[in-house]
Design a protein around this ligand. Structure first.
Ligand SMILES: [Cu+2]
Length: 481
């Protein structure tokens, strides 16, 4: 296991105290000066326990998975101090926030990374309100313990817009562990040209296998707000709570125009949903994946009413999904321009890696998208592949005009799963100048080409040495081969 020897916590802790003191950069960005940081995040290797006897070496924020829940008031300047104890640079991306490019957390947008064994400060005013998240924006490339596959994710709740009355709030982040490359034909026997796919050993809610964390304790009559986040690198998740319906009140932090009750929630990587549950059915119940195999591999948590006894119950549920039921009725204005983005795949073949394309090209060769401040644009995704792609737009939100055949006016999001062989039409107003990434939030699609850069008039594209970035990660984390 030489791959793991290098990144146990012990091998770092000894020498870093002094280094950190010497390297702390004063007010690296935004002239933060000496003000005490509102948030301190330390990125470090850590062994986490998914259940007794099942541990993983991963990377964490503040030694925990998920990272700490950050609560910051909307619109008030916050200073975030990030210390990086890894041997590769790191970046914290603020997914869902509409903040400047130089703090958003992507090198391709111009945010300076935190070099190994250094500390850097970032200053920004979080907006909009609601449940968003932070995560690493480093690519993993072939190293499936790194980047989005690691424990580097957590909630940020931007306070100011309340999703309605509730008695208890429970934040739930989904993730998968033990990701590894598996031959494409193992998972897709009818597709002889498909390259490597990613498989995983375990799925978790809040970093613990089902039954190995304290249950969520509730009382009859309570209204519980579950803030759900799919922080998986690769998997679209279907979630239900046995014995209860889920009232979706917000998605990606935005209140939905029509809150409504559903039995099952679909979330692609990067998507969030605020769900209120009326606790009106006493017992012990499973909140978990509707996929039996995934649930057996840990994806679930137990909801326990006061005084309940016996084993936690599960109820099978049919997977159906529609965005339209949450939409409003407004007439969506015509956009000033359309941005047509066709999604494709170049099969890697046995022993190879699939490449993913936007308009026929893979990042960093994808065409730059040029926009003008103040204009309304309609992104038209045309997914010509047989997989779903959770497409994310940084630093902006969009209105879901059409999702396949569904018209969804008024539904605001920043990430949406575009189904296989369908189109999605998403309107956004170009209101936040600065280089902006558009990418698939499925990590292996993003890492293998599905990313593009949007530039406003006057924006200068940041210089990024992509070859050096890939080489550093390969050298650090792919020692076995
Ligand atoms: Cu994708």
């Amino acid at each position: 296991m030489s791959q793991q020897d290098g990144f146990t916590r012990r091998s770092f802790v000894g020498g870093t105290g002094l280094l950190l003191g010497a390297c702390t950069a004063p007010g690296a960005l935004g002239g933060a000066g000496e003000r005490k940081p509102d948030v301190r995040l330390t990125i470090a290797p850590q062994k986490i326990e998914l259940a007794p006897g099942i541990s993983y070496e991963t990377f964490t924020y503040n030694d925990q998975v998920p990272g700490p829940i950050l609560r910051l008031p909307k619109g008030r300047n916050a200073i975030v101090e990030v210390t990086n104890l890894l041997q590769t640079p790191e970046l914290v991306h603020w997914h869902g926030l509409e903040i400047p490019s130089n703090v958003d957390g992507a090198e391709e947008e111009g945010t300076p990374p935190v070099p190994p064994l250094q500390t850097r400060r970032y200053e920004f005013a979080p907006t909009p309100g609601g449940a968003h998240w932070y995560h690493t924006h480093m690519i993993a490339d072939k190293a499936l313990m790194f980047g989005a596959y690691s424990g580097l994710f957590g909630f940020i709740i931007v306070e100011g817009d309340d999703p309605g009355a509730y008695d208890q709030e429970v934040c739930v982040a989904i993730h998968h562990w033990g990701s590894r490359w598996v031959p494409g034909q193992t998972l897709r026997p009818n597709d002889p040209k498909h390259g490597f796919e990613v498989g995983f050993d375990y799925g978790t809610m809040n970093g613990r296998l089902m039954g190995h964390d304290a249950p969520v304790r509730v009382r009859q009559g309570q209204r519980v707000l579950f803030r759900m986040l799919n922080a998986s690198a690769t998997e679209i998740s279907w979630i239900s709570l046995a014995g209860h319906t889920l009232r979706v009140v917000a998605m990606d932090g935005y209140p939905v125009p029509t809150p409504c009750e559903i039995d099952v929630l679909m979330m692609g990587p990067g998507e969030r949903a605020d769900v209120i549950v009326e606790m009106n059915n006493p017992g012990k119940w499973i909140l978990g994946s509707t996929d039996d195999k995934e649930r057996e591999r840990g994806m679930g948590m137990i909801i326990e009413y006061a005084g309940a006894t016996g084993a936690p119950q599960w109820t099978p549920v049919k997977r159906t999904w529609s965005f339209q039921r949450f939409a409003g009725a407004r007439a969506v204005p015509e956009p000033d321009e359309r941005i047509e983005l066709t999604i494709g795949r170049i099969p890697g073949g046995p022993g190879g890696y699939n490449m993913w394309t936007i308009n026929g090209k893979s990042w960093p060769e994808t065409d730059r998208i040029h926009v003008e401040k103040g204009k309304r644009y309609r992104i038209v995704y045309n997914n010509q592949t047989d997989l779903g792609h959770p497409m994310h737009l940084h630093r902006h939100h969009f209105e879901v005009v059409r999702w396949d055949k569904e018209y969804c006016p008024g539904l605001m999001k920043d990430t949406i799963n575009v189904k296989p062989f369908t189109t999605a039409e998403l309107d956004f107003v170009a209101h936040n100048p600065g280089p902006t990434l558009i990418h698939c939030h499925q990590a292996k699609h993003q890492d293998y080409g599905m990313m593009a850069l949007m530039l406003y008039e006057g924006d200068v594209e940041p210089k990024v040495d992509h070859t050096a970035m890939h080489r550093a990660i390969t050298e650090a984390y792919c020692r076995e081969g």
